[in-house]
Write a protein that binds this ligand. Structure first.
Ligand SMILES: Nc1nc2c([nH]c(=O)n2[C@H]2C[C@H](O)[C@@H](COP(=O)(O)OP(=O)(O)OP(=O)(O)O)O2)c(=O)[nH]1
Length: 167
């Protein structure tokens, strides 16, 4: 395990208000991203995903969210890591997000009221248009490394980070 941090101590006691998921499909050197049209992080580039519904597992949630947002069915989802987000301002709830990857799906990625999908070369990911933490963990995940991370934010601005990733 490799550990990196901004000098920030991972909190011993922290409970998320919300559980969420993200999915990154990678195929032939390209990654399937979305422009998120509503909800938390509207306007940003991200993977599809969203909040758990009652009684769902992370896997059930991510498969449902991807179907709802892009009208595709993922065939080989695998969980790669967990992101924990704590927001200083108190207006955004504390979030724990389970992050998945896949290479195979059925259907055609389709724009919906929630998301506009697009394919992007994996070596050209537009980090400037994404949440500020993504550049810390997404490259490691794309190298096949599992990870867990904790980030503090003030609104859209990342304050502190602590990242553990496989060597
Ligand atoms: N890549 C990335 N994703 C993040 C960060 N913070 C954060 O909440 N997300 C993701 C996790 C969820 O997939 C999504 C927030 O949930 P959402 O608002 O899309 O949930 P939803 O679709 O159920 O929402 P809604 O339609 O019910 O309003 O944003 C971050 O820092 N980086």
């Amino acid at each position: 395990m490799q550990e990196k941090s901004s000098g920030f101590q991972w909190p011993a006691q922290w409970t998320p208000d919300i559980l969420a998921t993200l999915m990154f499909v990678v195929q032939k050197g390209r990654i399937l991203l979305i422009r998120k049209k509503r909800g938390i992080g509207a306007g940003k580039v991200n993977g599809p995903g969203g909040k758990f519904e009652p009684g769902e597992t992370a896997l059930q949630c991510v498969l449902r969210e991807v179907r709802e947002e892009l009208h595709i069915d993922i065939e080989d989802a695998r969980e790669m890591g967990v992101l924990n987000f704590s927001f200083a301002c108190g207006t955004i709830p504390e979030i724990r997000c389970h992050v998945f990857m896949a290479t195979s799906f059925t259907g055609t990625p389709t724009e919906t009221p929630e998301a506009e999908p697009f394919w992007c070369p994996v070596d050209g990911i537009p980090y400037d248009l994404m949440w500020q933490d993504d550049r810390f963990w997404l490259p490691a995940m794309l190298d096949g490394k599992r990870f867990e991370a904790f980030f503090t934010f003030e609104g859209d601005r990342m304050l502190e980070f602590s990242l553990k990733a496989e060597d």
